[in-house]
Each structure stands twice: as structure tokens, then as C-alpha cells.
Design a protein around this ligand. Structure first.
Ligand code: ADP
Ligand code: MG
Length: 678
């Protein structure tokens, strides 16, 4: 067979199995090659029965000592027991609903058994072991790959297709990694690597092969991001001749911090040099990133051009309009809002005004990306809280004008190596200074015993005219024993019946959620119980108390983001994290937040304690999905791959000498985002 052949032609895989395989993304043998094992079972080590370890999967060679006995436990549940022994001792095997085992195991014959071992009543039990006669070495005596499955598929189906795929790999299979990179890293030829990852002889081989493929994934991504960047920096940026900001500075009710000034200067320098601006502004919550956006929008308008700010939610867009519109209009710059929930006529009017150039600055949600929205002359695009948007959405926005300057704002502090991957196409400015006079948020890590006092404190905050956030990890009650938002809202309504309490979570309809958030912002709600939906950039200065239930099950960076919802006004603000009574580990993590307010310190601590997974988890990060690489465990490989990509592209920016690699990168990014490499 050939790599391009469909898997349904593999022996033992009919059209039915082929359909299931398609669910795993496997259509051709080539896809099967790229379906890597998600782990391995080391069945090469034979353990004497006496040395077995409780709770681990192990392999023994043992002789069947008696005929297997099957007992009918209840409807649909037969249990087969069998005692086996080796020189060191005896072991009980237990199978569930396994007629095959009962019929096959022969007394006096030696088999290799592989399965999970438990200690029960002083003896060892092996649960539902896989077995075969000693010496057969099909399922034992080797490293067995474990493939991802879907209902109806078995490991042996995956063995079949990967066997066929490996047999189809030609000797001259092209390698995406350039030879120089391979040599430097000491990688084996790709054909060998594929055999080693699917059929390793030992665990070391499996690990090395895996590392090689992870490297390739990171390498391709890094090259892709560098490519994006090179494409942009080779271009002309929109020309803005007048870069003076004095009028804006005079119109502000405060003076900018040094960090804000530096960020703005970095932007104007790029623009003055004739380059398209591609810059990420990273700054902790409340550091004043919006002012950098304001400065750029102002410059666009001042030069007779247009600017757009795109925020991830309607509420945030509305908040931006509320702060920026009065400021910019004072300077003679017209502003408009464009969000999905606006009426058709309102929308039509604003779209028309954008197209005619009557409006200089538009603030909105992804509604701005709609095909029907056109600009008269877009020169500056700002994307707020970017980790909610993908690389391709950035590209869609800048495609609405010519040589558009791009500013991305993010409040998620992420470690440098990851930032270079995710934002590899952007320059970075960090705002590492908060506006003066910010009061410190008093933070407490508490246990269950404090609940009555905290409830009373919530009540007192409301009595003093303040508002309160209560954040929970779950929407409804599950089995995890965690506190749900629904339950909490109910409980608080019982304890504080005289307070206006509302509930929002991910399952609340978008329109209703926006309404509740707007009510809360307007002070019509005292206590807002929610899940982390309120995490992003909401600004309600009158809210001065944040209570987080089960604080121990959030990442530190996330808790820090949540804390950033308070401390935005004149009131002394407080933050309370429950969960400090859940063990030393939980207490130490929460104490980090009590002791520091610095987002980067917290991010670093978070990384040390939980790995990079926390920065991503299920959250979108705007990159093509990765097959094998694990952003938590493979940071060192990421760093090496990124350096290698940097080196290669510095010598050969257009990859003229690496056509195979170039084609592969273009395919990767094309699949993922329409034309995002161009
Ligand atoms: P973020 O970086 O989280 O987006 P914002 O831009 O929303 O922060 O700013 C937070 C608050 O700080 C806003 O109310 C803003 O008006 C205020 N602010 C911004 N810069 C300054 C400054 N230099 N001095 C005083 N207040 C400032
Ligand atoms: Mg913001």
C-alpha cells in the first residue's frame, strides 16, 4: 500500500472502522503515521510475584494452578477467578465478563500476564490482565504503544493501521526538518524516528523519538510565526506624519506613568520609521493599557485616518466607549460603537459612517470583522485582551485597511519562552508600573471556619454602598464536591435576603448575561455570583470585595486576574480566597497572592508549581492545535526549537533553500487560518 491510500483498504479495517478512524482524523495511511501513541506500556520487565507493587501495571510470567472459576455476581456481571504461581509466590487473577479467559487458560501452562496489581486481604490480585503464552511476544515482552481511541475502536485496530502505514513509508520520505538542524540536534532519519515512535524497542527510544516529533511541531510553529512577522516588517506601514500627542496629554485628567509613556513612544518610533506597527502591550490589570490604545487612535484621527478597537465582549466595548469617547471628542475626534446586539438601523448608520469616514474611531466586538463592515481608511487596529482572539482574527482586522498598524493588548503575564511562541510575530512592550495612588487590595486566604464572618463582611460592604463579586468554580452541582455558583447564589439569598443578588455563568444566554453585567455596573445589583465569566477586563469601580470559593482549584494567574476586578475605585478593596484549609500545598499557593500583587511574579510561581498548562488549559491561545507537544512538559524542547528556527530564518528568511519546510508551514497555517501567512 501507499501512504496516500485510504485506511479502509487495510486488512481487517472495513468501511465501518474506517468511519470511526475518521473521527480521530485518520483517513489515509499518512494520517495514521501522524497519529502518535499517547503513551506506552512497558511490558518488557518481568516482575517476580513476590516483588509486585500495589497499584501498578506490571508483567509476570506464571503457571496456571487451577481451572478458572466463573461466578455469576448479578445480571450482566460474571467474575472469573484463577490462581497462578511462579517460583516466588502465587497471584489471583480476576476477570470481568471475560468468557475468552475462562475458556482459554490451561492448567499447568505458563503465560505472560500484564495488568494492574492490587493488594487484597494480604495477597496480590491482578485485574483483567492481558495474557498470552510465554514466548509469543505479541502483547507482552515488548513496549506496547497506547493510541488514542474512540468508542468502537480497539488498540488492535490502531495497530493494524499503523502497521500498514509503517510498511508503506518509503525510504526517501521527505523530512521537514532541514539537514543542518537535524545534525545539530542529533536526530535520526525521519523514517527511523517514525518506527521508533510507533514500535520502540525500549522506553529510551520511544522518548527520543517523541522528543524529535515535539521538536518538529514547535519548530514549524516558530518558523510560521517568524514568517508572519517577516511578511509584515518587510512592508510599509500606514503613513502618519503628525505624531505629536501634546493635546491628548493636556486633555487627560492625570499624567501618564513612565511605563505608559515608554510603550507609546515605542509605538510612535515604529510608525515614524515607516514600518507597520506590530506590538503587544503586556501589562497587569489596571496598569492603564487603554491609554496606549487611546494615543494611537488619536494619532490616526489626527492624520485624517481611522482606527478600530476590538474587545472580546460587548461589555468591554461599551466600557471603552464610555472612557474614550468623552476624551477623544474633546479633541475633535468622532467615535462610534459597533456591537452585535445593536438594532439593525443603528448598525447600518454606524457602518455607513465608518465607510464614509464620518467616524474616525470605532470601538466594538468581533462584529467589526463582519464582511459588510468596511472602513474609509483604516490605519490603526487595536485588539484588546488578545488571548481570546486567534492569530487569524488579528489578520482579519488588519486586512480591512492597507498597511494597518496593529496593537495587541493583553493582561495575561506569560513566561518569556511561551510569549515568544504565541506572540512570535509581535514586538513586546511591558507596562510594569501601576498608576500612582492605587491602594493595595487587602487579600485574605481563609478556610471554612471563617464563613460566618465573611458573610457578615459581605453584608457590611453592601450596607456601606459597595458591591461584591462572588466567584465559584462550577455552574451547577456536580460530583466533585466543589462549590457551584447556583448553590452559592441560593445560599447567599437565604443568608442575606435583603440584598439584591444575581447569578451569571457560561450557560446564561449572552443577552441576559450582558444585561446582568450592565445592571451590576450601574449599581442595580449588590452581589454578583458567577463563574469565571467575569474574568476579563470588567470595570466596576464601586465593587470593592471579591470572594472566590474553592480558590485552591484555580490557577494563581487566574486568581490574580479575578482580584484585578476590584481595587478600581476610591474604596479600600478586599479579596477573600476560600480553600486555605485544603492542605499545605493549597495554603502555600494562596499565600503567594496574599504576599504579592505583581502579576509576573505570580505567573512565574504558577509556572513553577503547576506547569505551563495553566496558561492554556482549555483556553484558546490562537495557535494551530498541536498533536504531540505539551506546553507544560516540553518547555525545554520549545526553547531549542525556537532558537533553531530563529537561526535558520536569519540566514534564509524566505526559506529558499528549504522548499519542503516552506510548503509544510504554509499548509499548517493555511489549514488553520484562511491566508494568515499572507
Ligand atoms: P488595563 O491595563 O487593565 O486595561 P485600564 O486602561 O482600564 O487598565 O486603566 C485602569 C484605570 O486606571 C482606568 O480607570 C484608567 O482611567 C486609570 N488610569 C490609567 N492610566 C492612569 C494614570 N497614568 N494615572 C491615573 N489613572 C490612570
Ligand atoms: Mg483593559
Amino acid at each position: 500500500m501507499k501512504l496516500q491510500d485510504h485506511v479502509r483498504f487495510v486488512r481487517g479495517i472495513g468501511p465501518k472502522k474506517a468511519e470511526l478512524l475518521e473521527k480521530l482524523g485518520i483517513i489515509t495511511l499518512e494520517d495514521a503515521i501522524q497519529c502518535y501513541p499517547r503513551g506506552y506500556e512497558d511490558r518488557t520487565q518481568i516482575t517476580p510475584i513476590r516483588r509486585l507493587t500495589d497499584g501498578e501495571k506490571q508483567c509476570v510470567h506464571a503457571i496456571v494452578g487451577m481451572l478458572p472459576k466463573t461466578a455469576h455476581i448479578r445480571r450482566g456481571m460474571d467474575v472469573t477467578r484463577c490462581t497462578v504461581y511462579d517460583e516466588s509466590g502465587a497471584l489471583t487473577l480476576r476477570f470481568f465478563n471475560n468468557k475468552y479467559a475462562a475458556a482459554t487458560l490451561e492448567v499447568g501452562k505458563e503465560y505472560a500476564f500484564y495488568g494492574k496489581v492490587q493488594v487484597e486481604g494480604g495477597g496480590f490480585v491482578m485485574l483483567s490482565p492481558d495474557f498470552e503464552p510465554v514466548g509469543a511476544d505479541n502483547r507482552t515482552g515488548r513496549i506496547l504503544p497506547v493510541y488514542p481511541l474512540t468508542a468502537g475502536l480497539h488498540q488492535r485496530d490502531l495497530y493494524r493501521v499503523t502497521d500498514a502505514a509503517l510498511a508503506a513509508v518509503p525510504d526517501d520520505l521527505p523530512d521537514f526538518l532541514p539537514e543542518s538542524v537535524r545534525n545539530r540536534q542529533g536526530f535520526a532519519p525521519i523514517r527511523d524516528v517514525l518506527f521508533e515512535i510507533h514500535r520502540p524497542q525500549d522506553m529510551r527510544q520511544a522518548q527520543q523519538a517523541r522528543r524529535r516529533m515535539v521538536f518538529e511541531e514547535f519548530f514549524l510553529l516558530s518558523c510560521g510565526m517568524r514568517f508572519l512577522r517577516a511578511r509584515r516588517s518587510g512592508k510599509q506601514g500606514a503613513q502618519l506624519r503628525d505624531l505629536s500627542l501634546h493635546a491628548l496629554y493636556r486633555a487627560l485628567p492625570f499624567s501618564l506613568t513612565g511605563a505608559q509613556m515608554r510603550a507609546i513612544e515605542a509605538c510612535t518610533l515604529d510608525i515614524a520609521a515607516g514600518r507597520p506597527l506590530s506590538r503587544l502591550i503586556q501589562g497587569d490589570v489596571g496598569s492603564g493599557k487603554t491609554m496606549v490604545a487611546a494615543a494611537l487612535c488619536y494619532l490616526a484621527a489626527k492624520n485624517g485616518r481611522q482606527a478600530a478597537i476590538m474587545a472580546p465582549t460587548e461589555l468591554l466595548a461599551q466600557q471603552h466607549i464610555q472612557t474614550l469617547k468623552p476624551l477623544l471628542e474633546k479633541l475633535g475626534v468622532s467615535c462610534g460603537l459597533l456591537v452585535g446586539s445593536m438594532g439593525a438601523k443603528q448598525k447600518r448608520d454606524i457602518v455607513q459612517a465608518m465607510e464614509s469616514g464620518d467616524i474616525s474611531v470605532v470601538i466594538g466586538t468581533h462584529a467589526i470583522l463582519s464582511d459588510t463592515v468596511r472602513f474609509h481608511d483604516l490605519a490603526v487596529a487595536v485588539v484588546d485582551e488578545q488571548h481570546r482572539f486567534g492569530v487569524n482574527q488579528r489578520a482579519m482586522l488588519t486586512a480591512k485597511g492597507e498597511n494597518v498598524h496593529l496593537l495587541v493588548m493583553s493582561a495575561t503575564p506569560i513566561p518569556r519562552t511561551l510569549a515568544l511562541l504565541i506572540y512570535g510575530d509581535l514586538d513586546v512592550s511591558v507596562i510594569d508600573e501601576l498608576p500612582p495612588g492605587r491602594q493595595r487590595i487587602r487579600t485574605y486566604a481563609v478556610g471554612e471556619g471563617m464563613r460566618p464572618r465573611i458573610d457578615a463582611f459581605i453584608d457590611r460592604q453592601c450596607a456601606e454602598g459597595g458591591q461584591v463579586y462572588v466567584v465559584c468554580p462550577l455552574v451547577g452541582d456536580g460530583e466533585s464536591g466543589r462549590t457551584s455558583a447556583e448553590r452559592t447564589a441560593e445560599r447567599l439569598t437565604g443568608v442575606l435576603p435583603h440584598r439584591r443578588i444575581a447569578l451569571v455563568h457560561g450557560r446564561t444566554k449572552a443577552a441576559e448575561r450582558e444585561q446582568i453585567m450592565a445592571d451590576f455596573a450601574a449599581g442595580r445589583i449588590d452581589i454578583l455570583v458567577s463563574t469565571t465569566v467575569i474574568e476579563v477586563g470588567v470595570n466596576v469601580p464601586n465593587a470593592a470585595l471579591m470572594v472566590v470559593e474553592d480558590g485552591d482549584c484555580f490557577g494563581l494567574s487566574q486568581l490574580h486576574q479575578l482580584r484585578g476586578r476590584v481595587g478600581r475605585g476610591k474604596r479600600q478593596s478586599y479579596c477573600v480566597f476560600y480553600g486555605a484549609d485544603r492542605g499545605a500545598d493549597a495554603r502555600e499557593r494562596l499565600k503567594t497572592l496574599v504576599h504579592t500583587n505583581d502579576g509576573f511574579v505570580i505567573a512565574q510561581k504558577d509556572l513553577e508549581m503547576r506547569g505551563a498548562g495553566d496558561f492554556f488549559g482549555t483556553r484558546q491561545h490562537g495557535l494551530p492545535p498541536m498533536k504531540l507537544a505539551d506546553l507544560a512538559g516540553d518547555m525545554d524542547v520549545l526553547e531549542q526549537a525556537r532558537c533553531a528556527a530563529d537561526e535558520l530564518l536569519t540566514c534564509d528568511p524566505e526559506l529558499i533553500h528549504e522548499p519542503v519546510l516552506r510548503a509544510r508551514i504554509e499548509k499548517l497555517f493555511a489549514q488553520y487560518g484562511e491566508g494568515s501567512l499572507n
